[in-house]
Ligand binder design. Sequence first.
Ligand code: NAP
Length: 366
Amino acid sequence: MASSLPPTFRKYVVHTLSTDFNKATRLETLKTADVLASIPPTHVVIKHHYWAINASDINYTAGRYDPTKKPPFDTGFEAVGEIVAVGSAVKGYKVGQPVAVASYGAFTEIQVIDYRMVIPVPSLRPDFLPLLVSGLTSYLALKHQGQMTTGETVLVTAAAGGAGQIAVQLAKRAGNHVIGTCSSDAKAEMLKKLGCDRVINYKTENVKQVIRKHYPRGVDIVYESVGGQMLQDCVSCLGQKGRLIVIGSISNYASSESNPEDTKGDGKKKVFATGFGEDAVSTVALLNKSATVAGFFFPHYAKEYPAALRDLFKFVDEKTLTPVVDMVDFEGITSIPDAIHYLHSGKNMGKVVVPLIRSDKQKSHL
Ligand SMILES: NC(=O)c1ccc[n+]([C@@H]2O[C@H](COP(=O)([O-])OP(=O)(O)OC[C@H]3O[C@@H](n4cnc5c(N)ncnc54)[C@H](OP(=O)(O)O)[C@@H]3O)[C@@H](O)[C@H]2O)c1
């Protein structure tokens, strides 16, 4: 067991279902000795050094992922840390080893988790985090729902974000023409460096008009994360046999305080219980182009994580994939609510990560 552990540690616990992280959670203090005294045989204890933020953190605190889940429950999806203790039946892991987790309950300073849920990483670094939820989502969605090959035109929305940046790079390294949308010139510069052939800053250009003018046959694949009007524009930009992958609908996430208990007044549950807003797609628009709109939810592909992660790590080693991390000025677990707010303000460039201890070297975007 590592000797440097503090006597207490903190974790976020959801007590009220809400998309407002501060309202939903309380930061609770627990005794480290209590955790260490009762480690289940197949579990390891991890001290986290980096936490990753996801757009869906606020869907999870609103109970939208699993409507049967009732507070109190732990929250947070991803972290990188070091193993500080192991249970008696743990195989292949030892104290001091750097590891990542991509499972519910990561917003804690010390996490107890089954060793079979743990992902070994080569060192204690934040740039593994964009490869987990974001990387796996991009890789598996483009492969399965996108049926991505080569020589196609791929449109990525929220392209400069945690998931979008990986989708852009995977589409490019597979030999496709890549268009990315974003909201600022700084993000546009970053996307060009990552390989985007055309960047559309949707604050200054109209996405539908740009595609109609420069891509009159439409696009083959859309990796769509925004929802609302952006989704409608993307559907209308699909070419013949085009495939639009519904990755998310971030423009709908914070707009309602609804939770799975909410009803429409007629006693029926609101569509918001799914976390994907109330976007509708015209079936006629799809029929006319033999186009497809398909949903993607990465936990449904859990069996493929190990092989997909091997590929993603290999691409990074080969330098054909550069995970971009955005840590701005965050430090420590108490920064997590601000980091979530930062992501939803649309300012982030790359994957939002909160370090346990900030260092100046970690500030750069690329
Ligand atoms: N289906 C799955 O299994 C799965 C897994 C992971 C993530 N996702 C989804 O992937 C999307 C991206 O998630 P992420 O965690 O990687 O977040 P992110 O992309 O790092 O951050 C969100 C970005 O979305 C863009 N955005 C566009 N419209 C917005 C709006 N109305 N409000 C706020 N932001 C807006 C902003 O950039 P610009 O405005 O500059 O484009 C912002 O920076 C989300 O929809 C998320 O739910 C889905």
